[in-house]
Design a protein around this ligand. Structure first.
Ligand SMILES: NC(=O)C1=CN([C@@H]2O[C@H](COP(=O)(O)OP(=O)(O)OC[C@H]3O[C@@H](n4cnc5c(N)ncnc54)[C@H](O)[C@@H]3O)[C@@H](O)[C@H]2O)C=CC1
Ligand SMILES: O=C(CO)COP(=O)(O)O
Length: 413
């Protein structure tokens, strides 16, 4: 992409998270930052939750002069590979692994959040008041923030916690495939309040101190309406809009469609993980593809019903069928995802899925197990468990209150 116009400042991009998907997305944005150095600062920061790693003698990265466990960040910056969470994939040299979250985010105008959902709110609290007030975010997290009281989108929780606008990215994107540059599609949802489109004209008067009070569109089922002071992006930066997000995320092997439906993109990404667990169990039973297709059919219906019931006013139902974040993600997750794989192994080995997660994933985290429990606590409080029989069955099987063999009769009721 060529120059975006007469802007004097470049966007600085930071990725918060460095797991399997966190690192794959960081690779993508670092590649694009390097290729679009008129718009983006070349160096991309990636915050790493620091830990020690050992490099075995049989590894190509073994260095006899360095003995014992090493910091993961030091290893990533030395060998340009995340040997723990994305082994075997070379990372661009302009991607910098940073163990300090405050340092990693302090100058960023675009923050990409990519962590297992259980860690995101605590992580955001660590950087409250320490980011640029006019930064914008994209959440790649597949989960929803659910409590007995209500369901809210992580993009909105991040936005509220940090006082910024945050969109969402989700799609049929098994990280190991994307990182190896096998073609896939994704959906980015970005629909900031009108002030950002006004900021698209560099002629406008505005300074970094301009503050607009913006009422965020309410998508929280608890009924809470939040007002967030959203600061306009200074006009010497290229506007953060659909075009620039495409420039940042689209690769020849990673095709991006940018839409406005943040709720639809987020909800489908979260709920498909619950369905993928059921699909894995059914496959583990040796019941075959027809059975798995039945679980996926019912699961998709429940995803759509959930979105309609709790986010009806704001969601675009077409997202579930027309965007990568919908049915395409459901299909890939029920074939090659970790939730599916661990659930399948748990039936085959007659072992709890948490034990399989521990033994098979080397620190990566399942999202479907936690989401199933969180969604159930909300549905139970609403008296709606029976309206979502597959989600309820997944919860009950996880809790040992039902058996996988009961799924067919339970979801038919
Ligand atoms: N892996 C995949 O294929 C895809 C994952 N996603 C979604 O992306 C999100 C992030 O997933 P992954 O990057 O795959 O993570 P992951 O499953 O690889 O999780 C490991 C990450 O969690 C971090 N971590 C562990 N304890 C932590 C703590 N206390 N605080 C902060 N971080 C901690 C680890 O340092 C590591 O970076 C999830 O919501 C997932 O559903 C989305 C698309 C594809
Ligand atoms: O979201 C994914 C693919 O789009 C990956 O799903 P898993 O977390 O089950 O691997």
């Amino acid at each position: 992409m060529g120059s975006l116009g007469p802007y004097q400042r470049k966007h600085k991009v930071s990725v918060v998270g460095s797991g399997n998907w966190g690192t794959a997305i960081a690779k993508i944005v670092a590649e694009n930052a390097a290729e679009n150095s008129d718009v983006f600062d070349k160096q991309v920061e990636m915050w790493v939750f620091e830990e020690k790693v050992e490099i075995g003698k049989d590894s190509p990265h073994y260095d006899a002069s360095v003995s014992g466990p090493q910091n993961l960040t030091d290893v990533i910056n030395r060998v340009h590979e995340n040997i723990k969470y994305l082994p075997g994939v070379s990372l661009p040299t302009n991607l910098h692994a940073n163990p300090s979250i405050e340092d990693a985010v302090k100058d960023a105008t675009i923050l990409v959040f990519n962590l297992p959902h259980q860690f995101i709110l605590k992580t955001c609290q660590q950087i409250q008041g320490k980011i640029l007030p006019y930064a914008r975010g994209i959440s790649c997290i597949k989960g929803v923030d659910v409590s007995e009281e209500g369901v809210s989108l992580f993009s909105e929780r991040i936005g509220k916690t940090l006082g910024i606008y945050c969109g969402a990215l989700s799609g049929a994107n098994i990280a190991n495939e994307v990182a190896r540059e096998k073609w896939s599609e994704t959906s980015i949802a970005y629909d900031p309040p009108h002030m950002d489109s006004k900021a698209a004209t560099p002629q406008r008067s505005p300074t970094s101190s301009q503050v607009d009070l913006v009422q965020f569109q309410h998508r929280d089922t608890s009924g809470e309406i939040s007002k967030v002071k959203l600061q306009a992006l200074p006009s010497d930066y290229p506007p953060i809009n659909h075009d620039i997000l495409k420039t940042l995320f689209h690769r020849p092997y990673f095709h991006v469609r940018v839409v406005n439906d943040v709720a639809g993109v987020s909800i489908s990404g979260a709920l498909k993980n619950v369905v993928a667990i059921a699909a894995g169990w059914v496959e583990g039973m040796g019941w075959g593809d027809n059975a798995k297709a039945a679980v996926m059919r019912v699961g998709l219906m429940e995803m759509v019903r959930f979105g309609d019931k709790f986010f009806g006013a704001t969601i675009d139902q077409r997202t579930f069928t027309e965007e990568s974040a919908g049915v395409a993600d459901l299909i890939t997750s029920c074939s090659g995802g970790r939730n599916h794989r661990c659930a399948k192994l748990s039936v085959e080995r007659n072992q709890p899925i948490e034990e399989i997660e521990q033994s098979e994933l080397n620190g990566q985290k399942l999202q479907g197990t936690l989401t199933a429990v969180e969604v159930n606590s909300f549905l139970k409080k609403q008296g709606l468990e029976e309206d979502f029989p597959l989600f309820t069955a997944v919860y009950r099987i996880l809790k040992g209150q039902m058996k996988v063999a009961e799924i067919p009769s339970y979801i038919e009721r």
